[in-house]
Design a protein around this ligand. Structure first.
Ligand code: MN
Length: 164
């Protein structure tokens, strides 16, 4: 079976943010990451669970008109496939189970982001939507490189968000 996809859309709405989306079944589970992902394992990036999106939205670039949900410009900042590698008590579990448990570990094979990451629900906060995105300390971890500032453009069109 083909690996599921992920996409990260840079979205210039009322505030600039990054929409991180993982294919789970036939939808895209979606998190808003205000600062965008980091490849430094010391960073914990807030990732706020938001509405599911259709799979067909994964490659969307363009401008959503004023007055519509998500109004503003969007570019595909990164995309690729991922592998769910979440375990519980030493056993592999499904991505659906991992999501329900509030802890998902996955290997990203993107154009910009690679390697192992976890999304972890902040249960103590009593806020059911706040997760953290954390890079694991593997061969792709790098505390000297910031992909957000160094690789700002679209992986589809190579355009900046202003140029879309
Ligand atoms: Mn958005």
């Amino acid at each position: 079976m083909k690996n599921p996809i992920f996409t990260i859309q840079k979205h210039s709405a009322s505030t600039l943010h990054y929409d991180f989306r993982l294919q789970i079944g036939n939808i895209l589970k979606s998190w808003v990451i205000p600062k965008g992902p980091s490849v430094n394992p010391k960073d914990k990036r807030l990732a706020i669970l938001t509405e599911d999106h259709k799979l067909t939205f994964a490659d969307f670039e363009g401008e959503i008109p004023d007055g519509e949900y998500g109004a503003g410009k969007i570019i595909v900042w990164d995309r690729g496939s991922y592998q769910n590698i979440t375990t519980q008590n030493g056993k592999k579990i499904s991505i659906q189970e991992a999501f329900s448990n509030g802890e998902i570990t996955f290997f990203l094979q993107g154009e910009k982001l690679k390697g192992n990451f976890s999304l972890i629900l902040m249960k103590k906060q009593n806020e059911p939507k706040n997760w953290l995105l954390i890079k694991h300390n593997d061969q792709y971890a790098d505390n000297t490189f910031d992909p957000i500032t160094e690789l700002p453009n679209s992986v589809i069109s190579n355009k900046s968000i202003q140029e879309i």
